[in-house]
Design a protein around this ligand. Structure first.
Ligand code: EPZ
Length: 420
């Protein structure tokens, strides 16, 4: 397993191009199952999760051809089920459920594995699809779906932690080919849902309200092929903005969409970071002391849970107390013990982490546990004195395109060490 060797204390300077959003491209690739026509998707990030999704679609009978940052997918014919080993390995693969049901009124997928950030149930996905007339049976870890007819209806999709992003994606995709009108109440408002809706409309779907808590889908007989450019990754942009601030540098984020980052930029400004907006790019600079801020993660447009760990690394530099409360997932503090190895003083109190910032950080070997925790460790390693080795960085490669090369181009002393 590869690891990253990082030398701390070097400010980041320069420009970085933000890649296409992982959490948009995965459901958009799945949506190509809704038509037998070819689709072309551009600004596709080179990530292991994306390649995985390509393998899953291939196992379902689609042709998938990557060409640079584009991918051409044609699901002319679909097999009744795909490669379960692959589907089981990636939580994001659950978003093939909706399109398979929409296209062929049946599906058989393996239950997505949980992961370190929580149980990751799919009860809301099933509730929404049942409302459209889908019958589910579970056996031996598989979800089997049948829908003699898909009927549009009004349904409420909110859960105890608020809306579900991929649940909204699944129901919206299935509803595009249902009979009649479907209204999803308490839909997720994330920009990645809006981007998926944009692609579905380009395929001939009738969708209104994407990006708001109420999405209305009027079913059509069939969808056709389309081309689409994926929205830039707001979580990658936030991660680089925090890395620039943490290392006391100045970085221009090319292609970042400020309108998708209001909550993050608001908290960075409160922490004393300077943010300049110029069209479709942002310049992030820090000259003075980081100030402690309190964060609570919420569904969009609140502070994103996918930026919580990275923000904690920044708060390690802020003398005083910062309280970080995680309201979306039940256990998303796996980065805390690893940050502790670098000298961080963070105590967990239920859903909150109490960060006592301003303590000196010194490099050490640390273990990545999940995608965003790994990013937090890389950021902390870039500010800790001495060298930090971040192990198991396959977690990082799932969601950040060439992050070590991008950081090195900004001046970071970071080297990928090939593992056995
Ligand atoms: C998406 O996951 C993202 N992944 C996650 O990003 C992101 O953290 C999450 O949305 C929240 O924004 C992709 O888009 C591939 P949810 P998703 O359903 O859709 C509970 C990353 O780092 N819930 O919105 O799986 C769930 O347990 C990843 O890029 C139910 O209770 O998340 C959680 O507490 C991590 N029942 C909350 O809702 C359900 O049926 C939000 O989950 C579904 C979800």
């Amino acid at each position: 397993m590869d690891s990253l060797l990082i030398k701390g204390g070097i400010p980041l300077h320069g420009e970085v191009t933000i890649s296409g959003a992982k959490n948009a491209v995965l459901p958009i690739m799945a949506a190509t199952l809704l038509t037998g026509d070819p689709c072309v998707i551009r600004r596709v990030p080179d990530l292991s999760d994306v390649r995985f999704m390509g393998q899953i679609l291939t196992s379902l009978g689609a042709t998938v051809a990557f060409d640079g940052d584009s991918v051409r997918i044609q699901a002319a014919k679909i097999k009744p089920h795909g490669d379960y080993e692959l589907i089981r390995k990636m939580r994001g693969s659950i978003c093939i459920l909706g399109p398979l049901i929409g296209r062929q009124h049946r599906a058989k997928v393996s239950m997505p594995g949980g992961c370190v950030i929580g149980a990751r149930p799919i009860d809301l996905h099933l509730k929404g699809l049942r409302a459209l007339g889908v019958k589910f049976t579970m056996s031996e870890g598989y979800v089997c779906a049948r829908a003699p007819r898909l009927m549009g209806t009004e349904l409420f999709l909110g859960g105890r932690s608020g809306p579900t992003v991929l649940g909204t994606a699944n129901v919206m995709m299935a509803a595009t080919l249902a009979d009649g009108v479907t209204v999803i109440e308490s839909a997720a408002c994330e920009p990645e849902v809006t981007d998926l809706a944009k692609f579905l409309v380009a395929m001939g779907a009738k969708i209104e309200g994407a990006g708001s808590p109420t999405i209305t889908i009027t079913g059509v007989k069939e969808l056709h092929g389309a081309e689409h450019e994926v929205v830039p990754d707001r979580i990658e942009a936030a991660t680089f903005a925090i890395a620039a601030a943490a290392t006391k540098g100045e970085v221009k984020l090319l292609g970042a969409r400020p309108e998708h980052l209001h909550a993050v930029l608001d908290k960075l400004r409160e922490a004393g970071v300077k943010i300049e907006r110029n069209g479709n790019s942002l310049t992030v600079k820090r000259t003075g002391q980081v100030k402690p801020v309190d964060i609570t993660t919420l569904p969009y447009a609140g502070f994103p849970t996918d930026v919580q760990a990275q923000m904690m690394s920044l708060m390690l530099l802020a003398p005083g107390i910062s309280i970080i409360t995680e309201r979306v997932f039940e256990s998303r503090f796996m980065h805390v013990p690893e940050l502790g190895r670098l000298g961080a003083d963070v105590a967990i109190e239920g859903p909150s982490a109490i960060v006592k910032g301003g303590k000196p950080l010194s490099g050490a070997p640390v273990m990545a546990s999940d995608l965003r925790a790994s990013a937090a460790l890389v950021i902390a390693g870039m500010v800790a004195k001495g060298s930090t080795q971040v192990n198991r960085i396959y977690h990082l490669d799932r969601g950040y395109e060439k992050i070590d090369a991008k950081l090195a181009a900004l001046g970071a002393r970071i080297q990928r060490v090939k593992g056995e």
